[in-house]
Design a protein around this ligand. Structure first.
Ligand code: PLP
Length: 438
């Protein structure tokens, strides 16, 4: 008789030691320290200091029993997902390291990465809605997010109710009550409260704490609050600390930070991530290994880059504030409205580096300003190392009906600027000479 093959259920060798050390003595290590090594053990990859890029579609199981155990995790027979790597539509080493490191910034238990910010947002919403449900969202949202809710989810019997970003607790209560009653009449529920703060391009802030209190008072606790934190995260705003359940990013912006990739993520408690992970396993849409590797490199400098961009923006805005060709600034560092000021004080750690500049005049004057910038590039997007400028009314928001543009304050002279990490005095000199053409 041949010797029986040992099929005992041996533990899978781990890519990383768990739980990993995130403290020294009593001291909790800061994200900027953990970005250099957290979640990766070089000794499991030939000593390679940086993680190799794992270009493989599938992963070999060490035994048949291990394969079964992994699939129990993948299919949800056992909670908490797969313990090991199975197939690259589900996960891979580069993506897992990235997800572990992204979670650190928001103090999240778990994170999921996607091939774009919009893939993250669409799969997140799809995972939570059913026919007859209502999504409540703050307004305005990133145009594609608003479009997905209004034009795509509506095809499947999902409706929405929105409220202006700056709404008070009383106003939010009223909207949630209306949405709850409306959902009940349709045989559904309020499936998600979806926020974006600050709103683009108005920079209006949402009071996340008030939304959390309103949800707790009016809705079922199984309704998650998700928030798109692309404009201030991961450095200047941590919404999970203020009552949000799920934080959403376009990693294309500040996290990627070099205008050379497209990716997205969500983070939160594992129980909020699990339904989304299951749908991502089915649909795909996970970030690819190469982009994940690029993002790991980006995360090592995200704090440095955002700090510098934030300091630059403060200097540029201080110059622009009193310039005779400037009608006004929508910059979080110069909020005048007392309620917005109060939200800023409670929720934000910095004013960011993306703001609105109102040129004195209309579209013609704004075009003259834009066409004469030399350092700043004319492009949409934000959060990169280079300064970008655009005119939302004529570009990103061109298709928004005039009435809605007016309601949102998107005027013909509103120039959107994302400040980069160039020398601040060079930037000021560029803005000064371009304003001379107005
Ligand atoms: C860019 C952006 C998105 C979409 O992200 P992509 O990576 O381009 O898909 C979503 N929300 C906000 C606030 C954004 O700026």
């Amino acid at each position: 008789m041949p010797e029986a093959i040992d099929a005992t259920d041996k533990p899978t060798p781990r890519r990383k030691p768990k739980p990993e050390k995130t403290t020294i003595g009593g001291r909790t290590l800061k994200p900027s320290t953990l970005m250099m090594g957290y979640g990766y053990d070089p000794l499991l990859s030939e000593g390679s200091l940086k993680p190799p890029i794992f270009l493989t579609s599938t992963f070999a199981f060490e035994s048949a029993a291990a394969g079964k155990r992994h699939f129990e995790g993948i299919t949800g027979k056992r909670a908490g997902g797969a313990e090991g790597l199975v197939y690259s539509r589900f996960n891979g080493p580069n993506q897992e390291i990235l997800e572990d490191r992204l979670g650190i910034w928001d103090g999240a238990e778990d994170a999921l990465t996607f091939s774009s910010g919009m893939t993250a947002i669409c799969i997140l919403m799809l995972a939570y809605v059913a026919q007859g449900d209502v999504i409540v969202h703050s307004g305005p949202l990133y145009a594609a997010s608003e479009g997905f809710v209004a034009k795509v989810l509506s095809k499947f019997g999902v409706t929405y109710v929105d409220f202006p970003a700056g709404a008070t607790r009383e106003e939010i209560d009223t909207v949630l009550e209306r949405a709850r009653d409306h959902a009940a009449r349709q045989g559904g529920k309020v499936a998600m409260v979806y926020l974006e703060s600050p709103a683009n391009p108005t920079n209006a802030l949402v009071d996340v704490e008030a939304v959390r209190d309103a949800r707790d008072a009016v809705l079922d606790p199984s309704c998650p609050i998700a928030i798109d934190n692309t404009f201030l995260g991961p450095l200047w705003q941590h919404p999970l600390k203020h009552g949000a359940d799920i934080v959403v990013y376009s990693l294309t912006k500040y996290v990627g930070g070099h205008s050379d990739l497209v990716a997205g993520s969500i983070a939160g408690a594992r129980r909020w991530m699990d339904p989304v992970r299951a749908l991502r396993n089915t649909m795909g849409g996970i970030v690819d290994p190469n982009t994940a590797w690029m993002l790991l490199r980006s995360l090592e400098t995200v704090e440095l880059r955002m700090q510098r961009a934030g300091e630059n923006a403060a200097k540029v805005c201080a110059f622009l504030r009193d310039h005779p060709k400037v009608e006004g600034l929508g910059y979080l560092g110069f909020i005048t409205d007392p309620r917005q000021q109060d939200i800023y004080r409670r929720h934000c750690k910095g004013a960011g580096s993306t703001f609105s500049l109102f040129i004195r005049g209309g579209e013609a004057e704004a075009f003259r300003f834009l066409d004469n910038l030399t350092i700043a590039k004319l492009a949409v997007s934000l959060g990169g190392t280079e300064t970008l400028a655009s005119l939302p009314a004529a570009m990103t928001h061109l298709s928004v009906p005039d009435e809605r543009k007016k309601a949102l304050g998107i005027t013909d002279n509103l120039v959107r600027i994302s400040i980069g990490i160039e020398d601040p005095d060079d930037l000021i000199a560029d803005f000064e000479q371009a304003l001379a053409y107005v």
